[in-house]
Design a protein around this ligand. Structure first.
Ligand SMILES: Cc1cc2nc3c(=O)[nH]c(=O)nc-3n(C[C@H](O)[C@H](O)[C@H](O)COP(=O)(O)OP(=O)(O)OC[C@H]3O[C@@H](n4cnc5c(N)ncnc54)[C@H](O)[C@@H]3O)c2cc1C
Length: 473
């Protein structure tokens, strides 16, 4: 039984010596798009790199989590990835010609707001194939990649002022091991290394809903588990949506609900409001899918109900509950679709992501915290990492803003030799969530961090001493 005491009991853990399994110039924790690109770039610049990843391949949410949305290359490693995925036959693309009735369809995750029959192109990559290829790329670059290896803790030498990480402790088939290094890179997606090293952070959950929908409990933006279903005849589904005048399948959902075939919480009404907790986003409470991998195969979103207020990055019970209940929802959803929805008669549940992705975990505080206003006001910086970038701000009616991001967002407070990447950059939660968390940008941030780390190794300086004057991208 979990302890219910308000002051948890503690027991002493006997001091023990842990073998130093590796010594590296650059040590990366987590091999999502951020950590992967950081390790690859640093190794290609000549650094000795070790990366640890708890699963069996790099790619994070986009491979182990199955979120294989492909994009046009934005340069550097991201373009290389898109080209290599394509050359390996891992890109699958549908268009208005190959998937009629998809544009403007309310079941479509990405194309639902298109006009019916509007032209579109939706590429995706095969997460399993992509992950294997990314592992090959790390191997080719000479990176020591440890899979099935979990980051456990950071050893920090406490200098006056900022600390210096001297080693990380990991756990894998060999037991507990230490990995020493000069520069460390945060790639866990939830700032685990930064938090363990003493970097101050803001917990997930920013501005909450306004109005009567909010019960006063502060919650993070919900995370989610992605899954894949194959054997779907979508033409038949679309024909049914039209003939039964049931575009959202609400009638079938109501029928299944009345028969007790749908668990409470599987499909939920959207909240009202204009921010992430409102109409725009509350964790996709309805049926949401996107074509992927092959004809008749779709990826589906199963998100944590917002009401559950789970903090999966800091509470094992919350993570367990999410894993168990979302798998239950997926099983129920697959059975509902197969039993009730025309076109799904021969469908099969094919794959479920290896983890429930966290959208709004810890946000480390760096030497600069980039806010949504920096984007809106088009701020530029002397230490910009890219030339001015133009991004769409969904909150602002899809307005486009052009701005830069300073290198100081990669430099966490309180620790000298740590660089941030991906979803763990020093950004406010709304900036990360609404504009700056996609696969291309997270890959770019990793490449920038890897480049910076290699520069620091070459010059024998810490990242905070690196004079950053020229945009990388
Ligand atoms: C459910 C969901 C859906 C999303 N949908 C989209 C989308 O449609 N399009 C889009 O572009 N972006 C999407 N995103 C956002 C995007 O996936 C993330 O912002 C991005 O993957 C973050 O990259 P990262 O490298 O920082 O972290 P992650 O991708 O989270 O990778 C972190 C890696 O670190 C590893 N790791 C974590 N802890 C440890 C540990 N203790 N020890 C060892 N390894 C560890 C993980 O296994 C993982 O491989 C989505 C995110 C989620 C959660």
């Amino acid at each position: 039984m979990p302890s219910t005491e308000t002051t948890p009991r503690t027991i002493p853990v006997p001091a023990r010596r842990v073998p130093v399994a590796y010594d590296a110039d650059v040590v990366v924790v987590g091999a999502g798009p951020g950590g992967f690109a950081a390790a690859l770039k640093a190794a290609r610049e000549g650094a000795r790199v070790v990366i640890v990843e708890r699963f069996d391949m790099p790619g994070g949410v986009h491979t182990s989590g199955l979120q294989g949305s492909a994009n046009i290359g934005v340069g550097g490693i991201h373009t290389e990835l898109m080209e290599r995925f394509a050359a390996a036959g891992y890109i699958y693309t549908v268009t208005h010609e190959t998937l009629p009735d998809w544009a403007g369809n309310p079941l479509s995750h990405y194309e639902r707001n298109h006009k019916p029959d509007a032209p579109f192109t939706r590429p995706s990559f095969n997460p399993e194939g992509a992950g294997s290829l990314m592992a090959t790329m790390l191997k080719e670059a000479g990176v020591t990649a440890l899979y099935g290896t979990s980051f456990v803790d950071a050893i920090v030498e406490d200098d006056v002022g900022d600390g210096t990480i001297s080693a990380i402790i990991v756990e894998n088939a060999s037991g507990l091991q230490a990995i020493t290094g000069k520069i460390f890179i945060e790639g866990s997606g939830t700032a685990q290394l930064a938090a363990a090293a003493g970097v101050p952070f803001v917990r997930g959950g920013g501005a909450q809903p306004t109005g009567s929908d909010w019960d006063g409990v502060e919650r993070p933006i919900p995370g989610g588990l992605l899954w894949i279903m194959s054997g779907i005849d979508f033409r038949k589904t679309a024909a049914h949506q039209k003939s039964a005048n049931d575009p959202r399948l609400s009638k079938l959902i109501a029928e299944a609900d009345a028969a007790g075939d749908i668990p409470k919480g599987l499909y939920r009404p959207r909240m009202k409001g204009d921010n992430v907790y409102g109409d725009l986003y509350i964790g996709h409470p309805t049926l949401d899918m996107s074509p992927m991998l092959a004809d008749g195969t779709f990826i589906l979103w199963q998100n944590v109900p917002y009401e559950w207020a789970l903090r999966m990055d800091e509470n094992a019970n919350d993570e367990t509950l999410a894993r168990r209940e979302l798998r239950g929802f997926i099983d129920a959803e697959a059975r509902f679709l197969k039993k009730y929805v025309p076109g799904f008669e021969n469908s099969v549940l094919m794959d479920v992501g290896r983890f429930v992705g966290i959208r709004d975990g810890r946000h480390p505080i760096g030497e600069y915290v980039f806010s949504i206003e920096d984007g809106r006001k088009g701020h530029t910086f002397r230490d910009a990492v890219t030339r001015p970038m133009t991004k769409t701000f969904y909150w602002d009616n899809h307005a486009k803003y052009t701005f830069q991001v300073p290198f100081r967002c990669f430099l966490p407070k309180k620790v000298k030799n740590l660089l941030l990447t991906g979803a763990s950059l020093s950004f406010t939660y709304d900036t990360i969530f609404m504009v700056m968390r996609n696969f291309p940008w997270c890959t770019q941030t990793g490449e920038i961090a890897g480049f910076a780390a290699a520069q620091c190794i070459g010059k024998n300086i810490s990242p905070k001493e690196l004079e950053w004057t020229t945009p990388y991208f």
